[in-house]
Ligand binder design. Sequence first.
Ligand SMILES: *Cc1c(COP(=O)(O)O)cnc(C)c1O
Length: 378
Amino acid sequence: MQPYLKRAWAEVSLARLKKNVEIIKSLNSPETEIMAVVKADAYGHGYEHIVKCLADDCNIRYFAVSNLDEAIAVRQFCSDAEILILGYTPPEYAHEISMYNIIQGVVSYEYAEKLSHNTPAPIRCHVKIDTGMGRIGLRYNNTKDCADEIRKIMQINKISVEGIYTHFAVADSDTPDNIAYTDTQEKFILDTYDELVSMGVTLPQVHFMNSAATCYRNSPRSTLSRAGIIIYGLHPDISLDIPDGIEPVMELKAVISQVKTVEAGTCISYGRTFTAPDEMRVATVTIGYADGYSRLLSSKGEILVHGKRCKIIGRVCMDQLMIDVSEVPQAESGDIVTLIGRDGDDIITADELASIYGTIGYEVVCGISKRVPRIYID
Ligand SMILES: *Cc1c(COP(=O)(O)O)cnc(C)c1O
């Protein structure tokens, strides 16, 4: 393990990652392979170790990223992986896409043509169909038109279409209305695939499952399950349970730099938003919003100290924050505290923090900043 500054750090458990992947594999039918979504530096967990662990220890061959820089980063760590770029690549980079043997998500005939004009070698593609997310992709109107458009794209010189895919908008919801919506999205992509088959075109890949679909509506017809958040052990949606045994991969820790007893009336932190009502013990902790621990947690978040929850008091600063340790008499300078993770019998998850300030666990883990070293443990 590299030496690191014990100020604020994230512990990433590769053992938990492997366990999560095993559970996801057991959910999938034998027809479906995992495509690990490792965009945004593996949801803030760090490409290098995550990709190597997934490829070498979990036998994962398929990876998805958001852009070309990420694809090239993943390629560095895994020379034989299949890497799909889900998002936009400016067509002038088409040559790089083929050079690194990357697969590009293609959203229209025009885009595919532009790519083809910018590369001397063929480009591998999966055509993205917009069946209801309203973000990117060929807009699905009816099966015939959609299949015809894909056929047109396949006829472009140097464009090699290997699959089609779509993205669900509400697979993480269990309301009847949303379930029906996702049913329709799934029907549209499968109808398109089947229409292509009836035209004599059998593509190797058709995929539509994200983490939520993998957990709640697994389909053997999806050749890949594009699993992101669930690999890292967080909920696609906090209100729905995830399969037993899946656990968060990342913990976030810092230390107490100072403990002091303050008298009633003492103001704590910027803006004087907190005033001690009585004598209390206050600890200062070495993490702040520049580390990605949101300022929106001011006077709201809790931190585990010796297995006990302690409230943040006053505003979270850029590099430090203060907590009430009146109930933890043994707390002292140098103690390790847990902002995300388990300490004793209690656990604070990224999902819990997210719900306090109105976001999702995805944003919490992606937001842990560069300044925070990722430490890999087994
Ligand atoms: C991010 C993303 C995923 C993974 O989503 P999770 O909810 O993290 O599983 C899958 N497909 C596409 C197109 C995405 O953008």
